[in-house]
Design a protein around this ligand. Structure first.
Ligand code: PBG
Length: 341
């Protein structure tokens, strides 16, 4: 800022001076914004790579890797490729990963592909990598929905909960550090907690996708996880964006069922819900910056409409933090250092 600008901005105009004479009104909000040191002194949010979680897509039986449309350097990875990626991410400071295990064919008889994907990461990297595993059926079912259906086409809840509980137990047995149910079925957190406890995995936390909306912003993900619904949509189990009470109740219920961590998703369109959920539950609430949200930032940048992509990403992360997010799941976690954390 030039000295002249500074003068203009910080000295009251004659009329203001008349108005405020003798009252010394604290009218300038610019004094503490004038230098990086001043701004850093009073900044209310801080952030570190320790608060970030990097998603990973591991495809059973695949060799090499395949690009994912719209998601930059996030790719579908075979077991060998995931080793290289995680090794580099750890060197870049990432400590938490969220694994999406993709089976080689639909309707697998068991969840062995989940165990193989977990082992591909945990066997070599052990405690250096904290691994959360997404628990959902949509990559496994022929129809791409997050549940099994009965003969009348209605959600078969007992069978669905049974599968989710088995998948979570399989992940824990293979060495997962935490599980993350993303299906939105009634009772999944309780069913998973009970199944983990019964198998002796009482130390494994559940990070529930507790407030998850039916959203247009999951597009790039569904290509990556091969999980697009073949008919209909997910509105009969995911939340309606218009329904704030339901959105909060959904997280409250997950907390009551034993979730250790809660989440809002998509993150950027749900920031208003983070604080109320944290206050109502006393739990840490994270934000998932979903595939379509991240892809939109990359697309803006590719069109030359963002002068600084890294600064834009950092801006969104700080907004999550300002809104009260305990952690952020983001496809750019591996670039945290470059971005400025
Ligand atoms: C699986 C699941 C989805 C995402 C995470 N877990 C897709 C969906 O519900 O359709 C989306 C994540 C993203 O878009 O980055 N149920």
């Amino acid at each position: 800022m030039s000295p002249i600008d500074h003068e203009v901005l910080t000295r009251p105009s004659p009329t203001d001076a008349d108005e405020t004479r003798g009252r010394r009104a604290p009218w300038s909000l610019l004094r503490l914004r004038q230098s990086q040191a001043m701004r850093d002194l009073v900044a209310e949010t801080t952030f570190s790579v320790a608060n970030l979680i990097q998603p990973l897509f591991v495809v059973d039986g695949m060799t090499g890797s395949e690009a994912i449309a719209g998601l930059g350097d996030n790719a579908r990875l075979g077991a060998g490729a995931v080793h290289d990626v995680v090794s580099r991410d750890l060197d870049a400071g990432v400590r938490h990963f969220l694994l999406f295990p993709v089976p080689s064919a639909k309707a697998p008889r068991d969840f062995d592909h989940v165990a193989r994907a977990v082992e591909a990461i945990k066997k070599p990297f052990k405690d250096r990598a904290t691994l959360w595993v997404d628990i959902c059926l949509c990559s496994c079912t022929e129809h791409g929905h997050c549940a099994h259906f009965d003969g009348d086409g209605r959600i078969d809840l007992p069978r669905t909960l049974g599968s989710l509980a088995t998948m979570a137990r399989t992940a824990a047995e293979a060495g997962a550090d935490g599980v993350s149910p993303s299906d939105m079925m009634d009772g999944r957190t309780a069913a998973i907690r009970a199944s983990l406890d019964a198998a002796g995995h009482d130390r494994v936390p559940v990070m529930s996708y507790s407030t998850k909306f039916a959203s247009q912003f999951y597009g790039p993900f569904r290509g990556a996880a091969d999980s697009a619904p073949q008919y209909g949509d997910r509105k009969h189990y995911q939340l309606d964006v218009r329904s704030r009470r339901d959105a909060i109740a959904s997280s409250l219920r997950c907390a009551e069922e034993g979730a250790d961590l809660l989440m809002v998703k998509p993150g950027m369109t749900s920031i208003d819900l983070i604080q109320p959920i944290a206050e109502a539950t006393g739990k840490g609430v994270g934000a998932y910056q979903v595939s379509g949200e991240y892809a939109s930032l990359l697309a803006l940048s590719q069109q030359g409409l963002l002068s600084n992509l890294d600064a834009a990403i950092l801006e969104t992360w700080h907004v999550f933090r300002r809104a009260g997010a305990a952690y952020v799941i983001t496809y750019a976690a591996r670039h945290a250092r470059r971005i400025g954390l």
